[in-house]
Design a binder for this molecule. Structure first.
Ligand SMILES: Cc1cc2nc3c(=O)[nH]c(=O)nc-3n(C[C@H](O)[C@H](O)[C@H](O)COP(=O)(O)O)c2cc1C
Length: 280
């Protein structure tokens, strides 16, 4: 007997039965395999902001007590993830970033999402105003080492509106369901970064560019009426491969000795600012 797949939908919208939630559920109706769907509404979980104490990397555990371990465990135990964020002021809901920052503990090896298939979904009220939301989701998934099977934006402002008289968005949702467990690699747009599929770049002067998701450098090449990106994997990239993520973890751990060596000098710099201003 084939075991049921466990799909976890990480819903970043606080709206119950809002567009993110119904989109994730619609997609799961089209999964070509038996599955159980577990939903996490991240805004209803207590996730405190990272304190930047690095205890998680120095052999200790995170001192913050909240729902982070439960959510992280659920993501780790999943066979696949569906991540859906609404666009809030041109970006993802802030809980995504708060959660991501806490994932520093990933480098201590407590949980590992590397290679897990994932869909990145964005909802936005207006076609021209989705801003950086898709980039933020893709960046999150890349840092987590997820295998992004697709990343798409759905438009609709009111709850349910993404499917209001919109057979095109219904059809796209259905196709995404078929992609989550597909063995084939994701197809990237002809103009997208050939390494990660993102189409967001920073112009660096001349024809030089940096991909804003995988942070590799390259060139923008004119091809007929269009452009394409030529990008090379940096050997010092932090998260692109498992080995690079591991090396970054080692580098972070090495900072402890650097800090101990410089503690006195650094302390003198910082305490010079200790009594300035009045905190609210
Ligand atoms: C605080 C806030 C800010 C928003 N900012 C944007 C925006 O910048 N661009 C946009 O297209 N839609 C914006 N929206 C609309 C939502 O992205 C849209 O309604 C989306 O479908 C919500 O998904 P949900 O129903 O899952 O919450 C905003 C909504 C809220 C509540």
């Amino acid at each position: 007997m084939v075991a049921k797949k466990k799909v976890v939908a990480l819903i970043l919208s606080p709206r119950r039965l809002g567009n993110c939630e119904i989109l994730a559920k619609e997609i799961c109706r089209h999964l070509p395999c038996e599955h159980e769907l577990e939903l996490i509404r991240l805004t209803e979980k207590k996730i405190k902001p990272c304190r930047g104490c690095y205890a998680c990397l120095m052999g200790g555990s995170c001192p913050l007590e909240d729902d982070f371990p439960v959510v992280a465990r659920a993501l780790s135990d999943a066979d696949a993830l569906v991540i859906a964020s609404p666009t809030y002021f041109l970006g993802a809901n802030g809980v995504l970033k708060v959660f991501l920052d806490r994932c520093l503990q990933l480098f201590s090896g407590d949980f590992d999402l590397r290679g897990k298939p994932a869909l990145n979904l964005v909802t936005a009220g207006l076609q021209s105003e989705a801003g950086a939301t898709e980039m933020m989701l893709n960046s999150f998934s890349l840092i987590m080492g997820l295998d992004i099977k697709a990343s798409e934006v759905f438009y609709g402002a009111l709850p349910g509106e993404i499917f209001l008289d919109n057979p095109e968005q219904y059809a796209r949702a259905g196709k995404l369901g078929e992609k989550l467990f597909a063995v084939e690699k994701r197809e990237y747009a002809a103009w997208a970064c050939p390494l990660c599929g993102s189409d967001v770049v920073q112009l660096q002067g001349g024809d030089r560019i940096q991909c804003m998701v995988c942070r590799n450098y390259g060139r923008l090449i004119r091809e007929g009426e269009s452009f394409r990106m030529e990008v090379e994997l940096r050997p010092d990239n932090m998260f692109f491969t498992a080995e690079q993520a591991h090396q970054h973890g080692l580098w972070l751990k090495g900072m402890k000795d650097r800090f101990l060596g410089l503690k006195k000098k650094l302390g003198a710099i910082c305490t010079a600012y200790a009594d300035q201003g009045k905190w609210l």
